[in-house]
Ligand binder design. Sequence first.
Ligand SMILES: NC(=O)c1ccc[n+]([C@@H]2O[C@H](COP(=O)([O-])OP(=O)(O)OC[C@H]3O[C@@H](n4cnc5c(N)ncnc54)[C@H](OP(=O)(O)O)[C@@H]3O)[C@@H](O)[C@H]2O)c1
Length: 153
Amino acid sequence: MKIAFVGYGNVGAPLADHLQKLGHDVTLAVNDAGSASLRKLLATNPHLGSADPKHAVEGADVVFLATPFQANETALKNVAGELTGKILVDCTNPVGPGLTHGLNNAQSGTEMIQRLVPGAKVVKAFTIYGFENFEDNNYAGYNVEPVMLFLRQ
Ligand SMILES: NC(=O)c1ccc[n+]([C@@H]2O[C@H](COP(=O)([O-])OP(=O)(O)OC[C@H]3O[C@@H](n4cnc5c(N)ncnc54)[C@H](OP(=O)(O)O)[C@@H]3O)[C@@H](O)[C@H]2O)c1
């Protein structure tokens, strides 16, 4: 499957890395070729592709969004047209100042994203565990039983 990533920091990077190693064709949507997260991820996995956001999203079957919530609108603005009919996996959380709900509980983060990209099929996933679990599913740092992540197909 062809997968594009918009945002590849703590959350996006391990997901992109694992998906590529599972055999998917993963392309990073690059705004800034000097980005620290881009350089770090490509140093870890040089088999990931990169392209400008429009081309990365245009060529993908599925797109992951893993940006800071405050950046979502900007990040999606230039690729909204390319997302029509595609699955957009929303990995973001609407975190406001002081860990408040960034949308004042008036709507969910995914509802807001769906409004930004009305043509996309938005699915929320990978948001309820810390990124350490995406890097290592045996991560023991939380001192709890191994975590479980439910996915609806
Ligand atoms: N951290 C966690 O454990 C965790 C767990 C579940 C969900 N989440 C949610 O996942 C999302 C990402 O969190 P994170 O911890 O991965 O953040 P992060 O490490 O700061 O990574 C953010 C990524 O988004 C990119 N980005 C920032 N502004 C952008 C824009 N305007 N357009 C395109 N890309 C942009 C950054 O690129 P640059 O490097 O170039 O700035 C970076 O690749 C957040 O919404 C967070 O709430 C986080």
